[in-house]
Design a protein around this ligand. Structure first.
Ligand SMILES: Cc1cc2nc3c(=O)[nH]c(=O)nc-3n(C[C@H](O)[C@H](O)[C@H](O)COP(=O)(O)OP(=O)(O)OC[C@H]3O[C@@H](n4cnc5c(N)ncnc54)[C@H](O)[C@@H]3O)c2cc1C
Length: 181
């Protein structure tokens, strides 16, 4: 749906923020939304899918034992746990910076990329752990797999956020981590 605001006049008390500050306000708001709507949601989905993966690895038996006993299955589970944990800590850090009034743009960009790409890897592993059943529509795994793909596209593609991160790194070098609080 497209909205058009042509020739609309508002009273001065309808001004949000200061005059000429609209773009800054809009970008700040978009950043906060990105953290919750994309970052936290992607991490929540990845966590849910990890739970389905571990339940299945405990229940599904092949060669007389649960598939969770196989080290290659364990690797997929362990990598998912580590990557979700890293994304979750980054999310908390970015949220903390916003609460402190610190500039969080780079951290929000990092969370967006980390969380969305973690979700992609976790659901991909889930399809592998569920194997044939993961590919079929009887279970929601294949839908999670399809849905996860858009997280790397909407609210700024991974490429655009990487550009933001790289620009800051090129400007600040290793001091990036100090600058970022
Ligand atoms: C399901 C869904 C929901 C959406 N919801 C919303 C919404 O609510 N609000 C909204 O505003 N938009 C929304 N979008 C749009 C979304 O934000 C855009 O699709 C996204 O920003 C990419 O723009 P584009 O599709 O035009 O791709 P393009 O800009 O054409 O990009 C194509 C490719 O080129 C790369 N690229 C482009 N520019 C650069 C660059 N400077 N440097 C490096 N690589 C670059 C991109 O990363 C991508 O890989 C939604 C999209 C989808 C699929």
């Amino acid at each position: 749906m497209e909205l058009f605001f042509d020739d609309i006049r508002l009273d001065a008390d309808a001004l949000l923020g200061g005059a000429g500050q609209g773009l800054r306000l809009a970008l700040e708001t978009l950043g906060r939304v990105r953290l919750g709507q994309v970052g936290a949601r992607a991490i929540g989905k990845a966590t849910h899918v990890l739970g389905l993966m571990t339940d299945h690895a405990n229940e599904r038996r092949q060669f007389g034992q649960p598939i969770g006993n196989f080290q290659l299955i364990q690797q997929m589970i362990a990598d998912s746990v580590m990557e979700i944990s890293a994304a979750r800590l980054m999310l908390h850090r970015a949220a903390w910076m916003i609460d402190q009034g610190l500039p969080a743009r780079d951290w929000i960009a990092m969370v967006k990329v980390q969380a969305s790409e973690t979700l992609g890897r976790v659901v991909d592993r889930a399809v592998q752990v569920f194997a044939g059943m993961g590919y079929c529509k009887d279970l929601p795994i294949e839908r999670y797999y399809r849905d996860a793909r858009v997280y790397r596209i909407f609210d700024g593609t991974s490429e655009i956020h990487r550009t933001t991160i790289a620009r800051s790194a090129l400007k600040h070098g290793a001091a990036l981590f100090d600058v970022a609080g």
